[in-house]
Design a binder for this molecule. Sequence first.
Ligand code: AMP
Ligand code: ZN
Ligand code: ZN
Length: 403
Amino acid sequence: MKKLRLFFSLFLALSTVALWAVDKEQYTIIVSLDGFRWDYCDTYDTPFLNAMAAKGVKAVMMPSFPSKTFPNHYTLATGLVPDHHGIIANSFKDRATGKRYSLGNAETRSNPAYYGGDPIWLTAKRQGVTTATVYWVGSDVAIKGDHAHYWHDYQKKPLLTDVERADEVLRLLQMPESERPHFIMCYFEEPDHTGHVAGPITRACRREVEHLDSLLAYMWNRISLLPEAEKINLIVTGDHGMAWTDAERTVPVKPYIKEEWVDAIEGDLPANIYVKQPQFADSIVAALANVDHIRVWRKADIPAYLQYGSNPNVGDVLVLPDMGWLFTDRKVRRGGSHGFDHTAADMHVGFRAMGPAFKVGYEKPDKFANVCIYPLLCHLLGVTPSPCDGSLDSVADMLISGN
Ligand code: AMP
Ligand code: ZN
Ligand code: ZN
């Protein structure tokens, strides 16, 4: 009986390996459209992204908390939630040095010390895959003293235009075989920018999303002509969604929080508050406890589902506005924003994938967490992932057996 069981387990293990054997000849391109809300393709006219769904996989992806650009792009790269990789917000206080990390501050933004985990371009490069990045968050920082084989510096202006980025992907794929990357990550700032300025469901946002769709079609049409076209997997996704915000939906800060309590307030959605003395955390929580349209927690009391608060640089108090609200004294114009509870639908992200590894015409029935992208990419590239918060199991249903 024991022998039979052993034989059976061995058979199961071997067949699983065979089932998931990866073709190292394949290529993978992942494109991030910043602020690519999950329902944009249902709302706007996106023939290319619809064709991707028909030829491949369509899904909805849940970002990690907070639903901001830097935390989530680096989560896509590492498979770790922001609390674990260290980029806990677009701006935060570094308690060890007193410095302020911010995406707009070249010095702190470029400091590898903030970027924990093992970004995919390093995981893959270490294991023999030639890699390239076109402006992905963190990819121009010398994390562990290294970069992808080919990378672009976001500090170097002017930045490549969107057409130039698409052309760059094509150029990389046309390099001589011995130098050619098998993995490319490419970032676009839109439709986030337009979503902020105009709002998510507007004529301006329509124009932008439809422009991006045709840009992707332009890129893919040219890729299709390459001899390797059949071996190329293309993933299009993003970092977070977008929700309406306006002047009527703000909760002011000053009437509730005394200046002498706080050392710094970072962000308005959510706000990380750093106090001057520990007891002031209680004062702030008490002052905000009964204020409508926000939720407030001491760092230790942040609900577990947000997976936030174990990182030393999270504020002593976290204020999270309800959907559509902001915690700010600023004058706000009608438009869009993100950073809300990542489980809310407006924060969710579109996902499309097609190529030899993916099923055809498959609509994933359940949402998946963006921490699963890293193990998915590792699988597609045939490399062993570093420990992370995601799992391949959650996204394996998208894959063709044998890929
Ligand atoms: P958010 O405030 O979360 O909407 O951030 C979006 C902004 O992040 C965009 O306007 C980009 O300009 C900026 N951004 C994206 N990638 C990078 C990068 N690698 N370095 C610096 N800024 C970036
Ligand atoms: Zn973003
Ligand atoms: Zn944004």
